[in-house]
Design a protein around this ligand. Structure first.
Ligand SMILES: Nc1nc2c(ncn2[C@@H]2O[C@H](COP(=O)(O)OP(=O)(O)OP(=O)(O)O)[C@@H](O)[C@H]2O)c(=O)[nH]1
Ligand SMILES: [Mg+2]
Length: 326
């Protein structure tokens, strides 16, 4: 990767800011600029994160009160500040919990600003739990529609999927921890792909090709045993919290493998052709490879599959599907 590539991760609203804080705790401040944007008066400062208050006059530092129109107005009030943050970047990664006021209202404003300057964006966003009420889900879906076709890749993590993933006995704390981890895995994986010095580097132009057609994406990672690399299934290629699972239509894949030194060229070919089998034949695949020290018996595969969602004839996004369809 070009050492000069400039990447920022911007967390918007309470959930987004929490996840950026977790990224800073992982030490990612060296690789990417981290920003936490919220309408609340910010009290907690943390090394490596720039906190920015949105819409001082609009919200008086009291939050957006679960009203996206207030979050939107706050972002519009702070448009100059936001523009300054994103000018000169090579790639922008945005994260928010959709359903509240700030994230749902401000994230689309930031996406639009990025689009105006042709800055590629990847969004990692959560959908609220059903028990939080229909209104929040409606706000979340409306925000998704606003960024659809504008953000170059959108990974949706549905909090409602946590029950089937973790079981009915999971505590709320377990659920938030799992969801935050899934979010941070996406964010940190993306930053690593772009900034690690690897044996087979993915440079910014490779990534831009994968992001060329704005789409919904599946971003996740999995491990495979080194002595059985054929365990790849459709399910491996779907983030467990994704509400959409239509990977067969994916038109571009970014695959980043971390493996020990005895990983062979033929192994890399095997992984590439397995991805090819699971996605459309004409899909672009870009592969990156990093050798890791130690005597690992497994490899880690991080991926972004772009173009995984279809619409029904009425134009409604098919966001809930329990079967992997191809
Ligand atoms: N996974 C996870 N989800 C969260 C977390 N905090 C909030 N959420 C989800 O994100 C949604 C939006 O919440 P916030 O991020 O607090 O809302 P906001 O964008 O700050 O909006 P306002 O507070 O209304 O201005 C909620 O409805 C929850 O579904 C968190 O820490 N982890
Ligand atoms: Mg808030």
């Amino acid at each position: 990767m070009d050492q000069q590539a400039k990447i920022a991760v911007i967390g918007v609203g309470g959930c987004g800011c929490n996840n950026v804080k977790l990224l800073a705790e992982l030490g990612l401040t060296q690789q990417a600029k981290l920003y936490a944007l919220n309408t609340d008066i910010v009290s907690k400062q943390q090394n490596g994160i720039s906190y920015i208050q949105l819409g001082e006059n609009t919200t008086k530092g009291l939050g957006a009160g679960a009203k996206p129109e207030i979050g939107e107005a706050a972002a519009n009030e702070s448009v100059e500040q936001i523009t300054k943050l994103i000018t000169d970047l090579d790639l922008l990664i945005l994260t928010a919990g959709l359903g509240g006021g700030t994230g749902s209202g401000a994230l689309p404003v930031i996406c639009n600003l990025a689009a105006q300057i042709n800055l590629p964006t990847i969004c990692v966003v959560t959908l609220p739990f059903a028990f939080e009420g229909k209104k929040r889900m409606h706000h979340a879906q409306a925000a998704l529609h606003k960024i659809e076709g504008i953000s170059n890749a959108i990974q949706v993590l549905a909090n409602d999927k946590l029950k089937s993933t973790l079981g009915a006995k999971a505590t709320l704390l377990d659920c938030f921890a799992y969801s935050n981890q899934a979010n941070v895995d996406c964010l940190s994986g993306l930053v690593s792909v772009l900034t690690d010095t690897a044996l087979i580097n993915l440079d910014l132009n490779d990534i831009k090709e994968v992001l060329l057609t704005p789409s919904f994406a599946n971003v996740s990672k999995f491990n495979l045993p080194l002595d059985n690399l054929t365990e790849l299934t459709d399910e491996s290629l779907v983030n467990p919290l994704s509400p959409y699972q239509l990977i067969g239509r994916c038109h571009a894949a970014l695959v980043y493998i971390k493996a020990p030194s005895d990983f062979e060229l033929t192994d890399l070919e095997k992984i590439g052709s397995m991805f090819q089998q699971h996605i459309s034949e004409s899909a672009l695949i870009v592969l990156g490879f990093q050798q890791v020290a130690g005597n690992l018996k497994q490899i880690e595969v991080f991926y972004l599959l772009n173009g995984v969602l279809e619409k029904d004839p009425t134009g409604t996004l098919l966001l809930v599907s329990d079967n992997v369809c191809r």
